[in-house]
Design a protein around this ligand. Structure first.
Ligand SMILES: [Ca+2]
Ligand SMILES: [Ca+2]
Length: 232
């Protein structure tokens, strides 16, 4: 009878598409919490959607991140403390954060002729990256499944990063260099923005997960966003 098949069909539709791995006890023992502030009230970042690296988790060194030193070399240093959200963003944490700037009257900074893509103005990012550093991003995944992510970044020498999903490593990501031999301004080699499409493809369970971004080799990258979409 046709009606009798409906409950089974409903069950099949709501079952996970595939089982994603989770390291034993990772989520139950993790002490970090989703970043939140007045500009980002939702906490865990939504997938599908744009996941901001600068909204790495709360919890501090050794829990939510590992950074080479305890100083934020962007907020409060390159960007002097002046009472603004962007200049003082997480200025007392070890992860080094800054943001894109378009309005320098003398030398264009992040909207320069050597960009491969133009980033948004005022885009927060994690910079001053070094091999061995990592940070956690708590995400909230709408539906279990396979997702692909485009990465907005700069890299003046190439290198590799990787993402763990709930403590389980996934394949390293090769970051193409955005160095330009034609660039006349030496420091701007750190500001050539690019979009690495399909940087990674991850199997994600529904609900809360923790993505750990590892800087594996070279460093010197600015990591802004991972735009997660269902894999085609
Ligand atoms: Ca630091
Ligand atoms: Ca750093």
């Amino acid at each position: 009878m046709k009606l009798a098949t409906l409950p089974l069909a409903a069950l099949l539709l709501t079952a996970p598409l595939a089982t994603a791995q989770t390291a034993p006890n990772f989520l139950t023992t993790y002490k970090g919490t989703p970043y939140t502030d007045a500009h980002h009230p939702i906490g865990a970042q939504a997938i599908p959607g744009i996941v901001q690296c600068a909204y790495y988790d709360l919890g501090g060194e050794g829990i939510a991140y590992h950074d080479t030193d305890a100083v934020n070399h962007g907020s409060g240093e390159l960007n002097p403390a002046n009472g603004t959200y962007l200049n003082e963003f997480r200025m007392h944490e070890g992860v080094d954060t800054s943001y894109t700037k378009f309005h320098d009257p003398k030398v264009p900074i992040d909207n320069n002729p050597y960009d491969l893509v133009t980033p948004p103005d005022g885009q927060l990012y994690v910079g001053w990256t070094e091999p061995g550093e990592w940070f956690n991003l708590t995400v909230n995944v709408a539906h279990a499944g396979l997702y692909t992510a485009d990465l907005l970044y700069t890299s003046n020498r190439g290198g590799t990063i990787s993402l763990d999903v709930n403590g389980v490593p996934t394949a390293p990501i090769t970051i193409p260099s955005t160095f330009s031999k034609d660039e006349p301004v030496a420091w701007r080699q750190w500001h050539h923005w690019n979009l690495l499409t399909h940087a990674t493809t991850l199997q994600l369970p529904a609900g809360r997960s923790v993505l750990t971004v590892h800087i594996l080799t070279e460093g010197q990258m600015n990591l802004a966003t991972f735009n997660f979409k269902p894999a085609p």
